[in-house]
Each structure stands twice: as structure tokens, then as C-alpha cells.
Design a protein around this ligand. Sequence first.
Ligand code: PLP
Length: 418
Amino acid sequence: MKLSLFGEKYSGRSGIVDLMEDMGRALLLNPDMIALGGGNPARIPALEAVFQTRLQSLSRDPGQVHALLGKYQPPQGDEALLKQLADLLGSEYGWPVTARNIALTNGGQTAFFILANMLAGRHADGVQRQIQLPLTPEYIGYTDIGLEPDFFSASRPALEILDEHVFKYRVDFEALKITSRTAALCVSRPTNPTGNVLTDDEMAHLDQLARTHAVPLIIDGAYGTPFPNIIFTPVNPLWNENIILLLSLSKLGLPGARSGFIVASEELIQAYASANTILNLACGNLGPALARYLFADGDILRLSRELIMPYYRDRALQAMDWFVTELAGLPFYIHKPEGAIFLWLWFKDLPISSQQLYERLKQQGVLVIPGHNCFPGLMQDWSHTRQCLRISYAQDAQLLRKGIRLIAWEVRRVYQQG
Ligand code: PLP
């Protein structure tokens, strides 16, 4: 088989594909494996009941079944749904957003692929531009998304120790250099994998830098406001015509619907809708069908605030507590859990690499994400990248407890063996 450069890039080996395959194989070989590596949202029974009721009422109405299965979405997405979301953003945050500022997407991942490649890569002036990540660690799923090489650039964060076992990353504005090669700035807020939530001051600074240099600021709000609102600290959401906000229905409990939204300037939205039509023809109908119902009467806000956020906040605190007890006496830090669905553990001066620790934990029956995969665009060598793990706390509480015990047991052995 003779492959194009595109074919070679996307069928070739990449760290993430290897990791996903390895985790899949491990689960096949050992079905009792405790999977704390994945990004699935938690099962929240009261939410599942809402989805089920909606699906049942849809399926009883032939007109709605036809709308769900027998029609293509318009290029930008169902106008009534976009208007519902625009109204919600207007009434909640006072953003001057209309339906023309929003496009439906087939989920955050494809949306980011299209958007990032529309902005970065080779431009007509011959310059190869990059998506700049002001703070790493960042989302592992960005890593291989660029059609062209050298697609991301990133700087090391500043690191603040908050407590005996708690730390927080901050944007190092001294290290952040925006150049003529910068196509856009991009942050996930809350951040996957760390659970960091960039402060309002950091966001205001990034917004001002982006506007000064006339580059867009992409905010990946997969875990953010207004939904699923997995944010535990009081911060303000931000949008203006220079910001491209990505929203997703996945972490609300609907990753199977493959659905989300982009909120941006009208110009960007039109460009995105054209590109999406060429690449996908249309977006799926399931997400919009559920979203129209969830957006009505602001129900999505109530579910996010009253069910989803408290669920993950309590889980995060519980998981922190368990780790602090189990790891007592070891030189560990946990990133302050401010949002998202993960804990990020830093084992200071770990005698082995995070990849080796991943392998050893797999032998013990626990899957995690080894942290070195979560620094897309960071070119400098930094030992810290090999001392961290991401674990999801969205799983069943008993399994999580057991997984945490196993992780602590193995990490203790690693330090003892030196
Ligand atoms: N962005 C972030 C930060 C994520 O964590 C994820 C998924 O885990 C995505 C985007 C992609 O989500 P989806 O394509 O399911 O909307």
C-alpha cells in the first residue's frame, strides 16, 4: 500500500495511539483491570434518567424520529437550537452573541482538528504558523492533530507549591513569547489533564496579549461553563469576538452523541461551517435533539450546577483524601483540583520514568495515563514531565479506592527500591 504524507501521518505510530492500543489490550487480557486512564464521564443515575426520558419521548413521535434519523442538519446547525444557546449565553453572561456566532460541531475533537488546521500550518505568505499553548501540561488529544509538522509550541509553566501536598501551575508570562509564527493561543479551561482552572487574571492577560498581537484565543471549554460546568472555584467565563470558545456535550454524560458547539465571530463561524460541510457534510442529529430539550427553560444549567459539578467536586475531594492517606511519607504533590475529572499527581524525583511507572501499575492491575504524553509542543527537556500521572476519578468509588491503594503501594515500592 502506497500512502500519501497524510496517510502516513495518520496511520503511523504515535504515542497516543500506542498508549490507547496498549490500554485496550490490557483490558482485554485482564477484564478486572481498574481503568483510571480514560476520559469517560461518570455515570450519574439522575442524569441518565433525564436522557432516557427524552429518548423515549422522541422515539414515540414519528415526526421526531424522522427529524432524528431522516434529515441532514444545515451547515451551521439547527437555527432554533443555535438561537436557544445564544439566548442562554446572553442571559447568563451578557455576551453579545446571536445564532450567527455559533456553529454546531461533531464534538470537540473534530471541531478542534478543523479549527486548528484552518489557523495553523503553512499560510499564503509562506510562513508556517503554530498553535501556541501558553500552559503545559495540556490535553493529550491535541498532540497529533496538526496536518503539518511542528504544529504546536508551548512553554513551561510556573509552579506554585500551595500546601504540603498541593501545587498549582501558572502561566509563565515571562516565557510566553508571541511571534509572527503564532497562529492562535489555546488553553483548555478547566485543563485536561491537571484539573487546573486558569484564573480570571491569567485569562484577562492572555486575552489582552491575543488582541494586541491580532491572533485568536481558543478556549477549549470541554469541562467548562455553561455546561457541564465541572469547575470548583469561583471564576468568570470569558468571550469576545477574538475568542473561539469550544463547548461539548460529552462530559455532560453524552460522549456517544459526538456533539458540541463553537462560539466565535461571525466570520470564523461561516468559515468553520464551510469547512465542516466539506469534511463531514453535516453534523449528527442526536446531540441537537437532546440539547434542544436540555436547553429549554435553562434545564442544562440546573443539571450542570446541581448535579454534575457537586458530583465531581465531592469525588475529587474524596480521591485527594485517599491519596494523601495512602501516600503518606512519600514526596508527592497533587495539582489543586479546580475542575475537570482528573487528578494530576507529581512524584518528586521519581527514580523511574512515568512510562515505567505506567508499565508497573499495569502489572498491578491499574491503568493510568503516564504524564509525559501531556506536554504537546514542549520541546525543552524537563524531568518534571516524566514524574507525573493523570488518573480519572469518574469511575465507580469502590474501584477508585482500590486503584488508589494499588498506585500508592507500587509508588512506595519504587521509591524504596530507589
Ligand atoms: N478537549 C478536551 C480538553 C478534552 O478533554 C476532550 C475529551 O476528553 C475533548 C476536547 C474532546 O471531546 P469530544 O470530542 O468528546 O467533545
